[in-house]
Design a protein around this ligand. Structure first.
Ligand SMILES: Nc1ncnc2c1ncn2[C@@H]1O[C@H](COP(=O)(O)OP(=O)(O)OP(=O)(O)O)[C@@H](O)[C@H]1O
Length: 244
């Protein structure tokens, strides 16, 4: 579904990413970890078509990415909801932006809100919600147009530890019910191991793929499971290797 061939990216004289080759299959969940500044967000922005690679090619569903696509959604660290719009209207925002008819997506919006435990909150305004609830709204908004690809840039990192755990478990459930192709950037090794089929470990700037770790464990997984801890240990070792 996503292919990167020899992708490098330079900002002025800052080489952010170098020689990235990566294939992400349909409905695969790939997590990307690495030190701060190693180019994780740059990688997502290249796949999103928000940046054009200095070298190489990015393909989504076989097409070269030249600009943002309707079937690719992006979820950020901050939920970025419009404060004057209700929960329901925020979820439906991409539908308006893409010029679809809101009415046709209303039922789907309700279903998604139910799926993340926000049924009954449709008319609330963002300031009436907790941080975790707002990020759940943001998750529904990125699912509303049934994207083929979801790009997630540290979506839970602004949340407290308990809410963060809840939301990563919830994302696992959503992914089991509505599988998508996901590229998920995180600083949390545990989150990556809970959610991902494969984990890409980037080396420090310029980011290169140091190793790709397969997480071949059955789902649903639970944080604290012994098998997950073994993979987490391996990843800690790999991160220590690249930063040594
Ligand atoms: N628009 C930009 N202009 C100039 N330099 C940039 C720009 N965006 C990113 N960079 C630089 O490129 C490098 C990679 O940045 P990027 O945000 O992709 O890293 P990251 O791994 O996502 O970092 P973090 O984990 O801290 O979010 C960094 O050195 C950053 O300073």
């Amino acid at each position: 579904m996503i292919s990167l061939h020899g992708v490098s990216h330079t900002f002025g004289n800052v080489e952010a990413l170098a020689g990235i080759d990566l294939e992400v299959g349909e409905h695969e969940f790939v997590a990307v970890i690495g030190r701060s500044g190693c180019g994780k967000s740059t990688l997502l922005r290249l796949i999103a078509g928000l940046l054009t690679p200095s070298e190489g090619q990015v393909l989504v569903a076989g097409d070269r990415v030249a600009k943002p696509r309707r079937d690719v959604s992006f979820m950020f660290q901050q939920p970025a909801l419009l404060p004057w719009r209700s929960v329901l209207s925020n979820v439906l925002l991409p539908i308006e932006i893409f010029g679809f008819t809101r009415r046709e997506y209303r039922d789907r919006a309700h279903e998604l809100l139910d799926l993340v435990g926000l049924g009954g909150f449709e008319k609330r305004l963002p300031h009436e919600l907790s941080g975790g609830m707002r990020q759940r709204v943001s998750l529904c908004r990125s699912l509303i147009q049934s994207p083929r690809v979801m790009l997630m840039d540290e979506p839970f990192s602004a949340l407290d530890a308990i809410t963060r755990t809840e939301l990563s478990e919830e994302l696992q459930r959503v992914q089991l019910e509505l599988p998508r192709t996901v590229v998920f950037v995180t600083h949390s090794i545990d989150e990556a191991v809970l959610l991902a089929d494969r984990i890409v470990v980037l080396s420090p700037r310029p980011g290169r793929i140091h190793k790709i770790v397969d997480v071949d464990l059955p789902r649903p997984r639970a944080l604290g499971q012994v098998e997950l801890d073994q993979v987490s240990r391996e990843l800690r070792g790999l991160l220590a290797e690249v930063t040594a």
